[in-house]
Design a protein around this ligand. Sequence first.
Ligand code: PMP
Ligand code: GLN
Length: 380
Amino acid sequence: MQHQSKLPHVGTTIFTVMSALAKEYNAINLSQGFPNYPSSQKLNDFVTKAMNNGYNQYAPMAGNLDLRLAISNKYQLLYDSTYHPEKEITVTAGATQAIYTIISAFIRANDEVIIFKPAYDCYQPAVEINGGKTIPIQLSAPDYKVDWNEVASKISPKIKMIIINTPHNPSGMIWSKDDMLQLQKLTKNTNIIVLSDEVYEHIVFDGEKHQSVCLFNDLKDRSFITASFGKTFHNTGWKIGYCCAPEALMAEFRKVHQFNVFSVHHPSQKGIADYMQDSETYLGLNQFFQQKRDLFLNLISESRFKFNPSKGTYFQVLDYSEITDENDVDFAKRLTKEFGIASIPLSVFNENNKDDKVLRFCFAKTPETLKKAADILNQV
Ligand code: PMP
Ligand code: GLN
């Protein structure tokens, strides 16, 4: 039998490749983004309680209502922004499913979607499998600033969607209020939908404020926000997330969601809803991760790696140009095999694999692991 691949250029993701290599060489794994400490006992207990209390059959298609209420309350509390729990919030199987479903609900053959590179790896294949085409805008190390004149020059009637991501994986940069105002201005009087991937909204450092699309009224009207409880509550394996959007957009989203997923793991949803009643569970994360960032950076301050401290996410990019001129994929592999530390090379997320000689390290790790990792990096 013969078939033609719908995604001929797609192989295994770099996260899977580097995590497998880390395992094979018994290396410290700072590549794929996941914590190496346990999920909260209190949260685990709430999920267990939900199972024992009978939350074991299908959740409503849009998600457990207690959880949607808790999410709605969070937007009110943090951004003074209203999302109706019944009509404007849907619980998904992680942010990945929300992103995929948003794209399939709106992107048709030959539609164009602007993405900013380095871009998280799930955006482009989702656009392409739906017959669309991505229009890349390459940002440059070390500050990954957006040139809004370039964005303006790429806007055309073919652009159906713009995908943004702040705080940004993999660079650790955040968008400013001015960036959001520029985006709002450029999309005004268009039919462009904005997909705002905000999975790291609770991980922003140095007293900065997360600039959610929901803070900007015109932007909010055309935007989906995607979010991940895996990132927020230290359990990436649970794969629960959600998205928010104005009612008319959400109605289209649900037409697809009900046939590709219908509803997601019910006891986790109820457990998370109970856990979120205490807002400290998410408000404390900025400080929690800032301590980890600062510990990691202090420990490697004498190394030959150069860096600007990450402004958000639980990733730090390190420039190795003073160490070697090897390409970043080769160097990341060699660091894993010969030095015992795994990271993610940034070129895989760039246009034409642009190589700025930077690697991404995940610092969502115990102090002991960060110490061991730093000991290695200081010797490279
Ligand atoms: N977007 C970004 C920027 C991410 O880093 C990730 C990985 N957490 C996702 C989306 C996917 O999130 P999830 O694991 O909830 O599917
Ligand atoms: N979001 C995780 C990261 O950026 C990876 C998730 C995955 O392996 N697909 O490292």
